[in-house]
Write a protein that binds this ligand. Structure first.
Ligand code: FNR
Length: 382
């Protein structure tokens, strides 16, 4: 695969669809219910129009910024995503390496295919640890201490998974590993041998939440995730705030009133997110939810956004509406599937180039210059 021929993130997604067995592609691409929130996340970006200010010398456009006080090369971070080994055997290790080389931050999911210490050892840039609470009511203290000693810079607690989203693509394909030989999977791996070989040959890694005998199987990952899913309460946030000294980010917020409450509870960052449309279907799109959250937080913490960010112009729109940075999910998993570390790098390079181009064409030479006035929202037209 010549990665340079993939010009944009839609190309990367198409290439991943060709490489991955359909059930695996669906685990990544799919969402809850009728997948209306997935569509809404992208559509809402498309419905915002841009108003360039010209007459500016844009010979030098600097896309760098800071998140939680750390310098990043662009306002595009890699969000947490579980069990990346289904995309590529190097999984989270490759993602950590690439984020560092590209100068941006990544978040490691609790449901990682490799041990958090091993992933941390590959990272050379800012790294966040995303926390799901351990199953069976166990305290998160141990995993939080491990994340701290491994040098994670921020802790990111995800609060939009009080229970499982109804992901019908996954129910239909009933995919599990060790490979259960179903006619569908057999047919799929026969036409996609490179994925099957890569998967079977994969090295031995370690999970995080205690299941560290070996690399997690898909089924174990699924079970671990379901048992880890539980409502996060305000008391949980207070507990985490006591256990973790560094910056605390809360992910999965769509309402200003809740964001304000979380800031009172000690959050240092809020991620406006609907989990990429994988949880509550018909939940509001994230770019629509952003202004309310930004207003409620009123500069007390940084606000980030994820969900449907696929273009540099989407990044510019989120910045204009008050986001400090955006996170991407599926696009880098597709990059990972297509080319491991080089594939993730391709995705980041595309986002870097597109963001630089969008800022320049809007008439800005830095992230800090982006103004609210460069976007027109649907209700503001005509
Ligand atoms: C996710 N996401 C996620 N979030 C989280 O906090 N912990 C996790 O373990 C996971 N796992 C996960 C797996 C897969 C396969 C996907 C696609 C997503 C959600 C993720 O962090 C992010 O919110 C969305 O992916 C953002 O939307 P886009 O960029 O995929 O549209």
């Amino acid at each position: 695969m010549e990665l340079e021929r993939l010009l944009n993130l839609a190309d990367v997604e198409r290439a991943a669809r060709r490489r991955l067995p359909a059930p695996v592609f669906d685990v990544i691409a799919g969402g809850a219910g009728d997948e209306l929130t997935i569509s809404a996340n992208s559509l809402a970006f498309d419905e915002i129009k841009l108003r360039p200010r010209n007459l500016v010398d844009i010979a030098e456009v600097d896309t760098s910024t800071t998140v939680l006080g750390q310098r990043v090369s662009m306002p595009v971070l890699l969000g947490p995503a579980g069990y990346q080994r289904m995309a590529h055997r190097d999984a989270e290790l490759a993602v950590a390496r690439t984020a560092g080389k590209a100068g941006t931050a990544f978040a490691l999911s609790t449901v990682s295919s490799y041990k958090l210490e091993d992933v941390a050892a590959e990272a050379t840039g800012p790294k966040w640890f995303q926390l799901y609470f351990p199953p069976g009511g166990r305290s998160p203290e141990k995993v939080i201490r491990r994340a701290a000693s491994a040098g994670f810079d921020a802790l990111c607690v995800t609060i939009d998974t009080p229970t499982k989203g109804l992901r019908e693509r996954d129910s239909r394909s009933n995919f599990s590993v060790p490979l259960r030989i179903s006619p569908k999977l057999l047919a799929q791996t026969a036409i996609r041998p490179s994925w099957a070989l890569d998967f079977v040959r994969g090295g031995v890694g370690r999970g995080t939440l205690g299941f560290n005998r070996k690399v997690l199987s898909m089924k174990e990952a699924g079970n671990a995730l379901s048992s880890a899913l539980r409502p996060v309460t305000e008391d949980d946030i207070r507990l985490v705030r006591e256990l973790w000294d560094g910056p605390l980010v809360i992910k999965g917020v769509l309402r200003g009133d809740q964001a304000a409450r979380l800031v009172d509870l000690g959050a240092d960052g809020i991620v406006v997110s609907n989990h990429g449309g994988r949880q509550l279907d018909t939940a509001t799109s994230t770019i629509e939810a952003l202004p309310d959250v930004v207003e409620a937080v009123a500069g007390r913490t940084e606000v980030y956004l994820d969900g449907g960010v696929r273009r540099g112009t989407d990044v510019a729109k989120a910045l204009a509406l008050g986001a400090r940075a955006v996170l991407i999910g599926r696009p880098y998993l597709y990059g990972l599937a297509v080319g491991g570390e080089a594939g993730v790098r391709r995705v980041l390079d595309i986002m870097q180039d597109e963001t630089e181009n969008a800022l320049g064409l809007l008439g800005y030479t830095s992230v800090a210059e982006v103004e609210r006035s460069c976007v027109v929202l649907p209700h503001e037209r005509w």
